[in-house]
Design a protein around this ligand. Structure first.
Ligand SMILES: Cc1ncc(COP(=O)(O)O)c(C=O)c1O
Length: 364
């Protein structure tokens, strides 16, 4: 059976370095906000060519804290793609603001910039874009709209570490880039973790306080804070893996190129390629009208797949009353009903991927 993803195998290639970093960590005896967090923040900021990075406890917290630092009025609305992972929407609701869902483009699966302006009104304060599946959003168009209407931009980069739009790393276009280091991500740690990338010194100082009970100095609380620190131990592992992030992304691109070329079944819609964009293929999403049958067929032929995601946010039990208020979301529903993620991980070898192409081409 071919796994969709085998994290044990993915992390096996880093085992020796992990062990040696863990030994140093143990010898040092410093567990929270130590040298490894500080060094990782510096290294990740350098990798992305941005001034600041703040390590936090998860991707969701990175989104929540980014919104928090905008200090918006209580009736604020924030624009967000209708087909995102639920975390993006939760981060708006957790801050007490209203998420306004905008449909994605049926080809890129990212927010359709042509539909954003019709959802903007006096209460709109920010646009949250999500570089879904590892593909950068159309940042030129989005920034133009944001500038015209004086809106903040938050980039949800949880699935797109290292992706580039016109030669510039994502996470550096908006006010904040929010990253997740959840184990399955292209840059994943061995637990939970996240970070925020940003340009602004004042917001950097604020976020560093917020993540640590609102303190700059121990036991003195300058602002209302939370406990959301990137673990020192996870920072050790992330520093090891960051050195290989380009290698991981290149491996995924190589697999994507094999799928692009090797899948010829006309029932399958492959992901589009966008000029000037460096996609990092966190996921290789195909679409098929008979998606459930395709998934079953692949499983019967020894290939595991995943669905990202089976139910759109506006149909989720917890949110459907709140999010259905304004309009229907037929494009998002179409994507959710037809999408399927094929195996594409650092641990897969090219022969396994050729085999997937061969099997998928025989699907009727
Ligand atoms: C698009 C997106 N945003 C946010 C998150 C939240 O990240 P985390 O699970 O680290 O909180 C995820 C993670 O699954 C994600 O895929």
């Amino acid at each position: 059976m071919l796994d969709y993803e085998n994290l044990n195998l993915v992390n096996k290639s880093f085992e020796n370095e992990f062990a040696s970093e863990f030994q140093k960590f143990l010898n040092k005896g410093w567990y929270i906000l130590g040298e490894n967090v500080a060094r990782f923040e510096e290294e990740f900021a350098n990798y992305n060519n941005i001034l600041y990075c703040v390590g936090v406890a998860s991707g969701l917290d990175a989104l929540i804290m980014s919104i928090k630092s905008l200090r918006l009025s209580s009736d604020s609305q924030i624009i967000v793609p209708a087909n995102t992972y639920i975390a993006t929407i939760i981060s708006i609701i957790q801050n007490g603001f209203e998420p306004i869902l905008v449909e994605p483009d049926i080809h890129t699966y990212n927010i359709d910039p042509n539909l954003i302006e019709e959802s903007i009104n006096k209460k709109t304060k920010a646009i949250m874009v999500v570089h879904l599946y590892g593909k950068p959003c159309d940042m030129d168009k989005i920034k133009k709209i944001a500038q015209k209407h004086k809106l903040a931009v938050i980039e949800d980069c949880a699935q797109a570490h290292g992706a580039e739009y016109k030669g510039q790393k994502i996470g550096t276009f908006g006010n904040f880039g929010a990253f997740s280091f959840y184990p399955t991500k292209n840059l994943g740690c061995l637990g939970d973790g996240g970070c925020i990338t940003l340009h602004n010194r004042k917001q950097y100082d604020y976020l560093k306080m917020v993540r640590n009970y609102g303190s700059e100095k121990k036991y003195f609380n300058k602002v209302i804070g939370m406990n959301s620190r990137l673990d020192e131990l996870q920072a050790c592992f992330l520093r090891v893996k960051l050195k290989s992030l380009d290698k991981i992304n290149n491996h995924k691109r190589k697999i994507a190129a094999i799928y692009d070329k090797g899948i010829s079944n006309e029932r399958i819609i492959k992901p589009v390629r966008i000029t000037n964009c460096k996609d990092v293929f966190h996921i290789y999403p195909v679409r098929c009208e008979r998606r459930d049958k395709l998934k079953e067929y692949l499983l019967n032929n020894g290939i595991k797949t995943e669905i990202h995601y089976p139910v759109p946010p506006h149909k989720q039990a917890a949110y459907k009353k709140r999010l259905k208020k304004y309009r229907d979301y037929p494009i998002s529903e179409k994507i959710h009903d037809t999408i399927l993620s094929l195996p594409i991980s650092y641990a897969h070898n090219v022969n396994e991927i050729y085999k997937v192409c061969e099997v998928i081409n025989k699907f009727k």
